[in-house]
Design a protein around this ligand. Structure first.
Ligand code: PLP
Length: 452
């Protein structure tokens, strides 16, 4: 008789990967280079040094080294919450009456509440090693800001977080945690930077966006001596750090003698999705296996499903490098959906490159159906998902209903929703709008995309 697979599979500390897997080393084609907004030419190593820490720039440019050693200090920190469990969703399977096996990699088990800590600790560590004396960043929903505040507190690094204004209003407790960790939190757009002032002048009532907050954080970093900017998604270096989730998932599934037929994650800038798919994508690129990969986004911010594959600015103020990505336009004004981390106008160039090659599929859902999926997940599996994570869960439920017997669905549970209770309350009161994005809005925002 075959052994029953446990509900939870925990790796030991010794089994935690000592290397980050670098997917670019296995990609046949690299994504198009970032472009310097001043010269409109491919960005050079030196161009990035005033903005980012040196070691992180090296990682950003490293397309050849397959495995990059995780520094000892970062691994020690990881051990406070990693390896994270791989959970078999027996109760959800039963409720759905699905013939599929569903697994999720659980990243809600640290105080900051999400996968974002995996990159935050690495980035603060490298800043500290370089002798940097302060950092800036932006945050949408607040999870990245919280994760970075936690890592900054651990390494005693002063931090300023520009938080998208609408999220700061929707999620006051996120701001409170960041401040408790010692970070300075500024709702964005603000009048503390030139880009913030310009955005406010153009639209005094704006609720802000990740694009605006990035402009402010980058501006403060370059204008402050010995300060650098750090980003929680989109960049290759962030996907590199997040690959630890996929590597752990793969080790655990091998122990169970399982392999996913489909791997699912929600997508904002692409870091949790890029992380969970990484080692599985290598199998596909090298012809060893052929899993499906599904990125799930909000219908109100449908960059992968309805965006244009083009060079665009990563921020609204147009001061950052340009990236080739599926974009809705850097001036895109997102609707105030509760999944604040999924409101970015573009996606990680690595993910976009793979999507353009047809290796990744994308789906978009409305927020009410995602909250409904989250509620089913809570009542079966017992965990309250972040509104972002609920998008992945909705796709899992849809796929499970039509799955072949014995097929395996693996998804990334990117974070908990315990600080998103105001969103759940609004959902239960029936007060959420299913924002539909008019094509004219996309067309208007895309007009601003430079021709490169
Ligand atoms: C819990 C959670 N999941 C997903 C995301 C989306 O970001 P990314 O696509 O970089 O993983 C966020 C972003 O804030 C998040 O907080």
């Amino acid at each position: 008789m075959s052994k029953k697979i446990p509900y939870r599979t925990y790796l030991s500390e010794e089994q935690m990967p000592k290397y980050w897997y670098n997917l670019r080393a296995d990609m046949k084609e690299q994504h198009d280079p970032y472009v310097n907004p001043g010269t409109m030419k491919p960005i050079q190593y030196e161009d990035l040094l005033p903005v980012f820490c040196e070691e992180l720039v090296k990682q950003e440019m490293n397309t050849t080294e397959r495995y990059i050693a995780i520094p000892e200090e970062v691994r020690e920190f990881y051990k406070t919450y990693r390896p994270s469990p791989l959970i078999r969703a027996y109760n959800l399977e039963k409720e759905l009456k699905t013939p599929a096996k569903i697994y999720y990699k659980f990243e809600g088990n640290n105080t900051s509440g999400s996968h974002k800590l995996n990159s935050a600790v690495a980035q603060v560590y490298y800043a500290k090693m370089q002798g940097i004396t302060s950092l800036t960043t932006e945050t949408g929903a607040g999870q990245w800001g919280t994760a970075l505040s936690m890592a900054a507190a651990y390494f005693n690094m002063p931090l300023t977080v520009f938080m998208v204004k609408v999220s700061a209003e929707q999620k006051p407790y996120r701001k409170a945690i960041m401040e408790t960790f010692g970070a300075k939190v500024i709702p964005s757009p603000s009048d503390t930077t030139d880009s913030g002032k310009a955005i406010l002048k153009a639209d005094p009532k704006t609720g802000g966006s990740l694009g605006c907050a990035i402009s402010e954080a980058v501006e403060q970093a370059v204008k402050t001596p010995n300060c650098r900017y750090v980003l929680g998604s989109v960049l290759d270096q962030v996907l590199l750090h997040q690959a630890i989730m996929g590597s752990e998932a793969k080790i655990a599934m091998e122990l169970l003698d399982e392999y996913p037929d489909v791997v699912i994650g929600c997508i904002g800038g692409g870091s949790n999705f890029g992380g969970i798919i990484s080692e599985y994508m290598a199998d596909k690129l090298n012809g060893r296996k052929c899993p499906r990969f599904i990125a799930v986004e909000p219908a109100s911010c449908p960059s992968l499903t309805r965006g244009k594959y083009a060079y665009d600015f990563c921020d609204t103020g147009k001061i950052t490098p340009l990236a080739k990505m599926y974009t809705l336009g850097s001036g895109f004004k997102p609707s105030p959906i509760h999944a604040g981390g999924l409101r970015y106008h573009g996606d990680a160039p690595i993910v976009c490159n793979l999507a353009a090659e047809g290796l990744i599929e994308a789906r978009a859902y409305y927020q009410n159906e995602c909250f409904e999926a989250a509620r089913l997940f809570l009542s079966t599996e017992g965990f309250l998902p972040a509104p972002e994570t609920s998008h992945a869960i909705k796709a899992v439920i849809d796929l499970a209903k039509e799955a072949a017997p014995g097929s395996v669905i693996t998804f990334l549970y990117s974070g908990h929703g315990l600080l998103d209770l105001a969103s759940y309350e609004a959902y239960l009161k029936g007060g959420l709008t299913n924002f539909e994005l008019p094509q004219e809005d996309i067309d208007t925002a895309l007009k601003d995309c430079p021709e490169i």
